[in-house]
Design a protein around this ligand. Structure first.
Ligand SMILES: [Zn+2]
Length: 150
């Protein structure tokens, strides 16, 4: 039996989850660091289910929810991102995840390797004061795009 799992998740909640875990403190311009409140809504992407693209009022850089994360070059919906992260954390196989989330198997493999490499790398270098911080930092680092890898 197949569950239409990506359709069961709420779009706004998924976006909020991604901001909370990948952009703690809120989204910022990747160029000059100005908060997203100081950017204007520039357009919405047709893929990724109408993700908002912001344009910084200061430096005119455009960015979106995935900028600076491993999902930057992908066209995953926010629901797919949340469920992919969940699946990776739960140790589900890439084959199952690809089928459930209707993603390309190679895409799942690539993203999983990026996320796991980041998580392991972060854990080795970051002091971990408590469990909550540990999870938050793990996610924040796990989602971070490594420059020059894509
Ligand atoms: Zn800027």
């Amino acid at each position: 039996m197949e569950f239409p799992i990506t359709e069961l998740l709420d779009y706004e909640n998924s976006v909020a989850w991604i901001i909370e875990h990948f952009h703690p403190g809120g989204m910022r311009c990747p160029m000059c660091g100005k908060p997203q409140e100081q950017a204007r809504e520039f357009r919405r992407t047709k893929r990724s289910q109408l993700l908002v693209v912001y344009r910084c009022r200061d430096c005119h850089m455009t960015y979106n929810l995935y900028s600076g994360t491993v999902f930057e070059q992908t066209h995953l919906t926010p629901m797919q991102v949340v469920l992919l992260m969940r699946g990776i954390c739960k140790g589900e196989s890439s084959k199952v995840l690809a089928e459930e989330l209707e993603l390309n198997y190679g895409t799942v493999l690539t993203l999983r390797h990026e996320v796991q490499w980041n998580a392991e790398h972060a854990q080795a270098t970051t002091p971990l004061p408590d469990t909550h911080t540990e999870t938050d930092e793990m996610f924040q680092n796990a989602g971070k795009k490594r420059r020059g890898t894509l």
